[in-house]
Design a protein around this ligand. Structure first.
Ligand code: SF4
Length: 318
């Protein structure tokens, strides 16, 4: 499978079948916490990165192979910003024609200032955009956006989308210790959220290898502060437990690449997900991936994570 992965366990979306519409890593932001590493180059160009028909054919194949109840949501998410695929709107409607399952889009929301980008997402049942900062200064520091996407455009886009959109709008706030977990920065975010009026606010913590080596999740106090300041509709979303569905893979090498391209993982977690194969087969596959340059390891939080090779993690702070 090239474009479809999982289902994978998700706290918010149950067993979520992922659709990845773009190559690693294609994004108009370069977040300090990005688990996919550095965005090189930063791009805001929309393209049909992969043919729509091919993506939908794969989705249909995977949906047919699963029994009712095995998948809860179909989610556009993956190797960067999914709305950079110029057929994202038609892809969403294409999936809706294939299944009655609800469709979600995990996006940074950066292009929602454009009417056509808002129109594209109207078919989704839930849209999960990001808002990590309540000021332009902090936005530039955390998300390091493409120059076309100013903070004013980001916020105006989210407000305009909320006004027109009838589905669930769940805004994600990724908390980074010392950057957006202080009282002042959280009050700034809360003030902007009041203008956006999302249905829910999901507080996320960086748990997979962040692009920047100095990124840390907030401590307990920072988390409590965020919950208190961001209000009743805010909740903390910890990573879900459970295994990735790898039943469609014959080769352990392909299964590993599919996982670590979208979810860089520490070795223990990776091995837990690869129980369909023997430890010896996994050892051999990891060695092969490493020596062929298709996979790499990156050290963060004192742990070694496996990641796909095109991802770039600077070892030093910038
Ligand atoms: S976290 Fe998402 S929005 Fe930020 S750089 Fe990574 S892919 Fe792009």
């Amino acid at each position: 499978m090239k474009y479809v992965f999982g289902p994978v366990p998700s706290r918010r979306l149950g067993q979520s079948l992922g659709i990845d519409t773009i190559p690693l890593k294609t994004c108009n932001w370069n977040c300090v916490y990005c688990q996919l590493g550095r965005t090189i180059p930063l791009t805001n160009e929309r393209r049909d990165y992969y043919p729509r028909e091919e993506i939908l054919k794969e989705v249909e194949q995977v949906l047919t192979a699963h029994k009712p109840g095995e998948i809860d949501w179909v989610t556009f998410v993956g190797s960067g910003e999914p709305t950079l695929h110029s057929s994202i709107g038609r892809l969403i409607w294409g999936v809706k024609e294939l299944t009655k399952l609800p469709v979600a889009v995990i996006t940074n929301g950066a292009r929602l200032y454009l009417p056509e980008a808002r129109e594209d997402l109207t078919g989704a049942d839930a849209v999960l955009p990001s808002l990590d900062a309540g000021s332009a200064r902090l936005y530039r520091k955390i998300n390091r956006p493409h120059p076309d996407i100013t903070y004013e455009r980001l916020v105006d886009g989210l407000i305009a989308f909320r006004e027109a959109y009838r589905g669930k709008l769940w805004v994600e706030v990724m908390l980074v210790r010392g950057l957006n977990d202080t009282e002042e920065t959280l009050h700034e975010i809360a003030a902007v959220l009041e203008r956006i009026r999302p249905d829910e606010v999901h507080i996320n913590l960086p748990t997979r290898p962040p692009d920047e080596i100095w990124v840390q999740p907030p401590d307990e106090e920072g988390l409590m502060r965020a919950l208190a300041i961001l209000g009743d509709i805010a909740r903390v979303v910890h990573p879900a437990e459970g295994s990735f569905d790898l039943s469609g893979f014959e080769s352990v090498v392909d299964a590993i690449v599919s996982i670590i391209t979208r979810h860089p993982m520490c070795e223990d977690e990776l091995r837990r997900n690869l129980e369909l194969w023997t430890p010896g087969q996994v050892d051999k596959a990891l060695e092969q991936l490493s020596s062929s340059g298709r996979a790499q390891t990156v050290e963060r939080y004192g742990t070694r994570f496996w990641s796909a090779s095109p991802a770039h993690y600077p070892e030093r702070t910038t």
